[in-house]
Design a protein around this ligand. Structure first.
Ligand code: CTP
Ligand code: MG
Length: 561
């Protein structure tokens, strides 16, 4: 029996006091290797995607009995391959993600796997890298005394978050604490890429050269634990239309013809969706939403707990994910502000899990980006500026849209904006509390307001498909709620009792925590917020005042602006 290098890691992991400590270990190692490889520079979006994809292709997802003995399990796997990294988590049972050193290791393990014998049912013999750990001799693999350290795949509740934030020493620190609590963990990112890779294997039975790529918040740096997994079936590698001339002849594949590209996409998605539904282990509840502007199939991947939205022919969305990734990497304040605004919007009921006329997280992110471009001096550059910095390799035209912008982060010079996050958060509420939504449109390409080209209540130009409004779904009522809540939050944030750390016990919400308490914003009210503070805020201020007077500290009464 080989003694694999992973045992050293295993012993180190066993001494970790908690699953979170383990998670930090993996994350810290990855961070370290990033720094080493890039001498302090940050990786381009493509590099990250490529490395994660390759890592996922060397990985297995294994359902394990909850009393699995970690050591015996790893010994078992190490007979056939070199385990590089692994972690356990829970989602409808206990699972392990195991990364091997080489793809051959995975193939070697799969050679030992069999199709289950089912007594009263019949198995669809589709072989994938989603496996179940079985033991013939009961107890052979299990060890009732050692419990597995499980990496958490869910974020803290808002109540727990508020308690955590109350203990922060500044509002800036609170925004960073919120980001840390909500952002995707190293393990969750690995799991997302592994699910993409497993789904690619299904789609590859029809289109062997296809790829399934994650986009949206799984990869743009703004994903919160528990967010959906947006996927894109990329058939570009197959659809080469240039004839390959050999002598005076060339050959062409005979293909089915569809009336439009949209019809071809719908047909491909429908069939791949059917395959996922019928053959994909762990994929349940598939819905085909093929008549949407962007046709998709939606399903749950039970072993990971992810809700998946699979689209095809949606290349431009990948570019907007890359653009947001770039903005998030340029300055750490961008991510902190986006995470905090998104969380604030969720607790205030501005965004919702249910599709409808609400603002979406993507819309809010675009609004934060625009706001930061408008600071004086600007914190982040406009898309037009990023386009000017692009090199020849960055040239990209998709579906007739120019999506060119720089991919090398080191080419973008650091801006000299030094505002605190506290100041920026207040600035965001004031900016949108007073924005002339009736007349103006938000344009992150120019970093300037434009005259609204259409009558939608909220107009945010899609940065790559200029004729599209990313917030077309938002109705007047929801926009008004957003504006009122921005005004209320701006007012609240300026109250002395809210803006300063106020209690020794840490149980009275202050700063960002106070802004995360739901307020009531009547949608139809024409009356200005400053004349009628919502009762929730009044109560909050009362409790802050009484807590301060108990502390013996002075509460200065400031009137709403
Ligand atoms: N998208 C777009 N235009 C829209 C909506 C979405 O271009 N009107 C693209 C964006 O690239 C977005 C991605 O589709 O990031 C996924 O959309 P969605 O899941 O709604 O947003 P996320 O950014 O993934 O945020 P969330 O965490 O809420 O899923
Ligand atoms: Mg999403």
């Amino acid at each position: 029996l080989r003694r694999p290098a992973v045992f050293k890691r295993l012993y180190r992991l066993q001494y970790c006091s908690s699953a979170r400590a383990c998670a930090k270990n993996v994350a810290a190692e990855t961070e370290l290797s990033v720094k080493k490889e890039h001498c302090g520079g940050k990786k381009s979006f493509h590099k990250v995607l490529e490395e994660r994809k390759e890592e996922a292709e060397r990985s297995l997802l294994i359902s394990c009995p909850s009393n699995t003995c970690e050591k015996t399990f790893l010994q078992h796997l190490s007979r056939r391959g070199d385990v590089k990294k692994y972690f356990f988590y829970e989602s409808f049972g206990t699972y392990a993600v195991v990364e091997f050193a080489k793809k051959e290791d995975v193939l070697s393990i799969l050679e030992t796997a069999s199709i289950p014998y089912l007594q009263h049912e019949a198995a669809v013999p589709f072989k994938s890298r989603l496996l179940s750990l079985k033991t013939d001799k009961l107890g052979n693999m299990s060890n009732p005394r050692s419990s597995l350290q499980l990496s958490s795949q869910t974020s803290v509740s808002v109540n727990d978050l508020i308690k955590k934030l109350n203990k922060g020493y500044s509002i800036d620190q609170q925004l960073h604490l919120l980001t840390e609590a909500f952002q995707l963990t190293e393990e969750n990112i690995r799991l997302r890429f592994l699910v993409c890779s497993l789904l690619r294997d299904i789609a590859a039975s029809y289109f062997p050269e296809c790829d399934i790529k994650p986009f949206g918040s799984s990869v743009n740096g703004f994903g919160k634990l528990g967010c959906d997994l947006d996927l894109f079936l990329d058939l570009d590698g197959i659809s080469e239309t240039t004839p390959k001339q050999v002598g005076s002849y060339s050959l062409e594949y005979q293909v089915k013809r569809k009336s439009t590209e949209r019809a071809a996409t719908q047909s491909i998605l429908s069939v791949i969706g059917e395959c996922i539904d019928q053959f994909g282990p762990g994929c349940v509840g598939l819905q085909k939403i093929l008549n949407a502007r962007c046709p998709l199939v939606r399903f749950s991947h039970q072993p990971s707990g992810f809700q998946c939205d699979l689209t095809a022919n949606n290349r431009v969305a990948i570019k907007s994910s890359e653009l947001l990734y770039l903005y998030g990497q340029l300055d750490e304040r961008v991510r902190a502000l986006v995470f905090s605004v998104r969380c604030w919007a969720r607790v205030q009921g501005i965004t919702s899990n249910i599709p409808g006329a609400w603002l979406t997280n993507f819309t809010l992110t675009m609004m934060v980006v625009f706001f930061l471009q408008k600071r004086s001096p600007p914190m982040i550059p406009t898309l037009d500026h990023l386009q000017k910095l692009a090199g020849p390799m960055d040239k990209s035209v998709m579906d007739g849209n120019d999506c060119t912008f720089v991919s090398d982060l080191t080419k973008v010079s650091v801006q000299n904006n030094t505002e605190s996050l506290e100041h920026l958060l207040l600035g965001f509420f004031e900016f949108y509390g007073n924005f002339d939504f009736n007349k103006l449109s938000i344009d992150i390409r120019k970093g300037k307001e434009q005259t609204k080209p259409e009558a939608s209540p909220l107009h945010i130009q899609n940065p790559f498909q200029l004729s599209l409004n990313v917030s077309k779904n938002v109705n007047t009522k929801q926009l008004q709620r957003f504006v009122l809540l921005c005004q209320e939050s701006a007012w609240l944030a300026q109250q002395k009792a809210v803006a300063q750390p106020n209690n020794a016990t840490g149980d009275v919400p202050w700063g960002l925590a106070a802004l995360l308490l739901p307020m009531t914003a009547p949608a139809q009210s024409k009356k200005k917020r400053r004349d009628s503070p919502a009762s929730r805020i009044k109560d909050l201020l009362e409790s802050l005042k009484s807590s301060k007077s108990k502390d013996g500290s002075n509460v200065e009464k400031s009137s709403p602006k």
